[in-house]
Ligand binder design. Structure first.
Ligand code: TXA
Ligand code: MG
Length: 321
C-alpha cells in the first residue's frame, strides 16, 4: 500500500492528479476513510459506485474545504450557517437546497434538488480538497454493506486494487460516520445519527430536532436495515458470550474470554465509537479463524454517541437480505 504522511510530498501531488484525471483516492477523515472522486466528473463518480459494488445509485456527500466552496453548490440559510459555525470543520453533514448552476454531477445527488455537504476536519482531507480545488464526492471506502474502514489497512482489505491510491492518515479519531441533518426552512431533522450527538445539535440551534419525513430519506446504504454487517451473526444486548461466541464488551465486565474485545473498559462512548468498526472486523476475523458462530455484543447506553453506536449495531445485526 502507498503510504502518505506529508502534504508536501510527491505522493500527495500524485493523489491530487489522480483525482483530477477521474481516478479514485481513499482518504482519511476524522469519521471514517472515504472513497473520493472529483464530484464534478460523472464518470469518476460512477466509478465510486462500481468500486463499492453498490446496488443502486444512492446520493453521496460532497466534501468541501471552505464556506466559499459550499456556497457554489448549495444555498446556505441562516440556520445552516449557525450549524456550520458550530460544527464545521467536523463530523456534521448538512442536506441543503442544491444550486441549479452547481457543476456537481447529478449522479452525486441522485437527481434530487438537495445536496449533502460536509467540511471534514482531518488535515489531509482538507488539504487534498484545497489542492484539487473542487468538492470531492466520498462515501465510506468499503464494499457496499460491509463494515466501514477506520484505517488505511481496512480500505486495502475491502477494496484492494479498485482504489487507485490510498492516503494513510492513521486511525480515524471518531470512527463513526458523520451525523446527517436535513436543514429545510426553519427546521432541522436528523437523517442519520453519527459523530455529533443530537443534544449538541439541539443546543446549537436552540430547538429540538424534528422527525424526518419518509420522503426526505432516500433509500441509502446507511439507512438499509442490514448494513455494516460482519460475516457472522451478531447478537445484541448480551451480558456475556455463549460457548463458541466472540464478545464485544462495553464498560467494566468479567466476560473476558479469549475472543473478547472491550469497546471501552471505562464506559466512554467516544472511545467506544472510535473502536467500533475496527473491533467488529477483528472479532469477525477471529470467528472465521476459530470457527465461532456469532459475536455477542454488550448493551450500550443510548445517550450521546450511544445513539449512533446502537444504530450501527442494530443494522449490523439485522437479518440479511
Ligand atoms: O462520515 C461520513 O459521512 C463519511 C465520510 C467519508 O465523510 N461518508 C459517508 O458517506 O458516510 P455515505 O455515502 O456512506 O453516506 C451518505 C449518506 C447516505 O445515507 C445518503 O442517504 C445521505 O448521505 N444523503 C446524501 N445526499 C442526500 C440528500 N440529498 N438527501 C438526503 N440524504 C442524502
Ligand atoms: Mg458507508
Amino acid at each position: 500500500m502507498r503510504v502518505m504522511i506529508s502534504t508536501r510530498s510527491k505522493e500527495f501531488t500524485a493523489a491530487s492528479d489522480i483525482i483530477l484525471r477521474g481516478g479514485l483516492v481513499a482518504l482519511p477523515t476524522e469519521t471514517v476513510y472515504g472513497l473520493a472522486a472529483d464530484a464534478t466528473n460523472d464518470r469518476a463518480v460512477a466509478r465510486i459506485f462500481e468500486a463499492k459494488g453498490r446496488p443502486q445509485f444512492n446520493p453521496l456527500i460532497i466534501h468541501v474545504a471552505s464556506m466559499d466552496m459550499v456556497a457554489q453548490h448549495a444555498i446556505i440559510s441562516p440556520l445552516a450557517q449557525k450549524l456550520a459555525d458550530a460544527f464545521w470543520p467536523g463530523p456534521l453533514t448538512m442536506v441543503l437546497p442544491r444550486r441549479a448552476e452547481s457543476p456537481v454531477s447529478l449522479l452525486v445527488s441522485a437527481g434530487l434538488d438537495t445536496i449533502a455537504v460536509r467540511m471534514p476536519k482531518h488535515e489531509l482531507a482538507r488539504d487534498l480538497i484545497k489542492k484539487v480545488g473542487r468538492p470531492l464526492a466520498a462515501p465510506s471506502a468499503n464494499r457496499s454493506g460491509s463494515i466501514s474502514p477506520t484505517t488505511a489497512d481496512h480500505v486495502k482489505t475491502s477494496l484492494g486494487d479498485k482504489v487507485d491510491f490510498i492516503l494513510d492518515g492513521g486511525p480515524c479519531s471518531i470512527g463513526l460516520e458523520s451525523t446527517i441533518v436535513l436543514v429545510a426552512g426553519k427546521s432541522v431533522s436528523l437523517l442519520r445519527p453519527g459523530g455529533i450527538d443530537r443534544t449538541a445539535i439541539e443546543k446549537a440551534i436552540g430547538k429540538p430536532l424534528v422527525a424526518p419525513q419518509q420522503a426526505d430519506m432516500p433509500l441509502a446504504p446507511g439507512m438499509l436495515k442490514s448494513h455494516y454487517a460482519p460475516r457472522v451473526e451478531l447478537r445484541l444486548n448480551q451480558s456475556a458470550p455463549k460457548d463458541g461466541e466472540a464478545f464485544l464488551g462495553f464498560g467494566p465486565t468479567n466476560a473476558n474470554g479469549p475472543y473478547a474485545l472491550n469497546l471501552s473498559e471505562s464506559g466512554d462512548l467516544n472511545e467506544a465509537a472510535a473502536n467500533l468498526f475496527a473491533y467488529l472486523r477483528q472479532l469477525d476475523a477471529l470467528c472465521a479463524e476459530h470457527g465461532l458462530s456469532a459475536i455477542a455484543a454488550a448493551p450500550i447506553p443510548v445517550t450521546g454517541l450511544g445513539e449512533a453506536i446502537n444504530d450501527r449495531l442494530s443494522r449490523a445485526a439485522a437479518p440479511r437480505e
